[in-house]
Ligand binder design. Structure first.
Ligand code: NAP
Length: 336
């Protein structure tokens, strides 16, 4: 199978049409199997996936160490083609509690120094703050990353979950390759203003949550037991009546998937792929079978009739519940 490629904005690198989001291998979705995570990373590289997404706060460094270990054990050709996208800035307590964001220039350089060590690389391909630090103008945070670019420690600058105005201010400070932001059949908030702004600025979108954290994967069942600390145990979309309503949408999607002889997850990923060549879905596979399913989406062709049927099954705004709990919604510059 070939994954095909897409380009990250007017100034960024070519990447595989699907990226691998590694968060769930370390955090937020309950326990993950370390050996299977590494096998999944290797299978992704083998299949031609070049974009690996992580955050220094995913398991407090665990995810970067895992990626570093997987890359060291991978064939040189695969290692050399890997592009690592790192988010920084989220502060944690020793017990894992979230403690705000730090986008001060000195902190940016400090975060980068630690990430380079954990990843075992001499540069980070795309570097971005996970959430805007409300106390630090975005120009200062992006300016600090631009300095790291000049010094060769970072290749490209990205953004995460910012709104149109912040996107414009950041792009006026330094070239921005991509905006990482949630985008899926049931999270279409970027379509009115943020996506057109990104397009006008030549900034790509790396879309996360294309399966809405598993909710629209076709594998999530109402009786699924979630581990303590699993994001989904406090995400509004996974609670009570909201969950029942949202899983009804999945059943409507399943009918379309079955008619096409593909899976629900493949329809959901293929739909995001169909939204533009400047959009690169990050899939959160942490097992080889899930990865294989996700990669299968690259073979799915959605014609106008398919797209109309999908829109009818899951109209804009169809989901019940916000995409984050209210305290976390408040950190989203993209939701202002
Ligand atoms: N910038 C940001 O604010 C931000 C926020 C969140 C995530 N991200 C990045 O985006 C990446 C993707 O996000 P995500 O993990 O929430 O997205 P996702 O791909 O929507 O959800 C992943 C979940 O879907 C389940 N799933 C079921 N079938 C799958 C399949 N065929 N392929 C992949 N997953 C399948 C997984 O299953 P199992 O439970 O069976 O493993 C996992 O729990 C993350 O890893 C992270 O790198 C960025």
């Amino acid at each position: 199978m070939t994954t095909g490629t897409r380009t990250l904005g007017t100034t960024g690198p070519q990447v595989s049409a699907l990226g691998l989001g590694c968060m769930g291998m370390s955090a937020l979705y309950g326990g993950a199997d370390r050996a299977e995570s590494i096998a999944t990373l290797h299978a992704a590289l083998e299949a031609g996936v070049t974009l690996l997404d992580t955050g220094d706060f995913y398991g407090m460094g665990h995810n970067e160490l895992l990626i570093g270990e997987a890359l060291r054990a991978a064939p040189a050709a695969h290692r050399e083609q890997a592009l690592i996208s790192v988010k920084f800035g989220a502060l944690r307590d020793p017990d894992g509690a979230w403690a705000g964001y730090d986008g001060r220039p000195a902190a940016v350089k400090n975060f980068a120094a630690y990430s380079l060590q954990r990843l075992g690389t001499d540069h980070i391909d795309v570097y971005r703050i996970a959430r805007v630090d409300p106390d630090v103008p975005i120009e200062e945070t992006v300016g600090a990353i631009a300095e790291l670019v000049e010094r060769g420690y970072v290749r490209h600058i990205g953004l995460s979950e910012v709104g149109a105005e912040t996107l414009r201010r950041a792009a006026a400070t330094a070239p921005i390759t991509d905006l990482q932001i949630e985008y899926s059949l049931i999270s279409r908030g970027i379509e009115d203003e943020i996506l057109p702004t990104a397009r006008a600025l030549g900034v790509a979108v790396t879309a996360y949550g294309v399966l809405s954290r598993g909710l629209i994967s076709g594998h999530f069942t109402p009786d699924r037991q979630l581990a303590a600390g699993d994001f989904r145990s406090f995400s509004p979309r996974f609670q009570g009546d909201n969950l029942r309503h949202n899983l009804d949408l999945v059943e409507a999607l399943r009918k379309i998937a079955e008619q096409k002889g593909v899976t629900v997850a493949q329809i959901a990923i293929a739909w995001v792929l169909s939204r533009g060549e400047d959009i690169v879905p990050l899939v959160g596979a942490r097992r080889r079978d899930r990865l294989a399913e996700a990669l299968g989406a690259l073979e799915v062709r959605l014609d106008q009739a398919d797209l109309a049927a999908i829109e009818e099954a899951v109209p804009v705004g169809a989901a019940a519940g916000d995409r984050y709990p209210s305290a976390q919604m408040a950190h989203l510059d993209s939701e202002r």
